[in-house]
Ligand binder design. Structure first.
Ligand SMILES: Nc1ncnc2c1ncn2[C@@H]1O[C@H](COP(=O)(O)OP(=O)(O)OP(=O)(O)O)[C@@H](O)[C@H]1O
Ligand SMILES: [Mg+2]
Length: 274
């Protein structure tokens, strides 16, 4: 039997994918979210969100994309960078694809002309274009960041045509810093921190409740131990809780106890904070 049935859940509560149905709007996330929304809605140019691995950058990017897409005064798209090697004009071409240009000229200058025309058309329709770039730390080549800067220079009257929100690890900040002109254009540098103990409890309960739980599956005193293993990292929290529920169902535990958490964490090589 899957642990879903055993614990009376309709969905997997701790699946490690950025599934927005499980989005936890706790303080840590909503503070960042509110500020990034402002950058996007007011067309502020450039914002950077960094955070360690698994802290929720991609989830935040998806959540923003979802909500910004509902705003008719914005034209929003998300780019996810898969690798660091990019040919000249890569950004123009990727943006062209995002803003609804089907036939993208091969030559960079031609592509830029077509994209600029489209951006101006959106501007005329009172639509601001917002481009979110996830894994932006993969822009390691100075030319790549220079292309972002080029887009930020596109203006009509006193309005910028494009706003960028970059998501990535801390190397992203170092890379941006090395382009002084781009660095000065950053209106906001935000960092996604790890959840504290209280947030970790709420996060776990939130995900369980979205999955359909009608009672506390974890005993109160097991949270402390979970937190010591996960240190408030959402991805690690998902991984540990998922395994604990799996083992709990196998061993017929209706309520997860601290000793079960300990056993599973040790068996699976999670490291505890001392
Ligand atoms: N606010 C949140 N609400 C619910 N779940 C979240 C939240 N933030 C993160 N998670 C969960 O944690 C997992 C890891 O988050 P995410 O992939 O967004 O991290 P990341 O910072 O992009 O990691 P990486 O550095 O590896 O790209 C997600 O799959 C998601 O399940
Ligand atoms: Mg990510």
């Amino acid at each position: 039997m899957h642990y879903r049935e055993f614990y009376g859940l309709n969905m997997d509560p701790f699946n490690n994918v950025p599934d927005l149905r499980f989005y936890y709007p706790g303080n840590l996330y909503s503070r960042i979210y509110t500020r990034l929304m402002r950058v996007a809605q007011e067309g502020r140019g450039l914002a950077v969100l960094t955070g360690k691995v698994g802290t929720g950058k991609t989830t935040m990017a998806r959540q923003l994309l979802y909500l910004l897409r509902g705003n008719r005064t914005l034209q929003t798209g998300l780019l996810v960078l898969m690798h660091s090697e990019f040919e000249p004009g890569w950004l123009v071409k990727r943006i062209a694809g995002l803003i609804g240009i089907n036939e993208i000229p091969n030559e960079k200058t031609d592509a830029l002309a077509v994209v600029t025309k489209k951006l101006l058309k959106y501007d005329q329709e009172n639509k601001h274009t917002v481009i979110l770039i996830d894994e932006a730390n993969k822009m390691v080549n100075p030319d790549q960041l220079e292309e972002v800067r080029g887009f930020l220079n596109l203006e009509k009257g006193d309005r910028r045509l494009v706003t960028f929100i970059l998501f990535g690890t801390s190397e992203l900040l170092d890379n941006v810093k090395s382009n002084q002109s781009l660095s000065q254009r950053v209106i906001m540098r935000l960092t996604l921190k790890l959840m504290d103990f209280e947030s970790t409890i709420k996060y776990i309960r939130h995900r369980l409740s979205v999955a359909g739980a009608r009672r506390d599956v974890f005993a109160k005193d097991s949270y402390n131990l979970i937190y010591r293993y996960t240190k408030g990292n959402p991805r690690v929290t998902n991984a540990l809780c998922d395994n604990v529920l799996f083992e709990g169902a196998l061993a017929n535990y209706q309520v997860i106890t601290p000793s079960l958490v300990e056993e599973v964490a040790m068996m699976l090589g999670f490291e505890k904070e001392v």
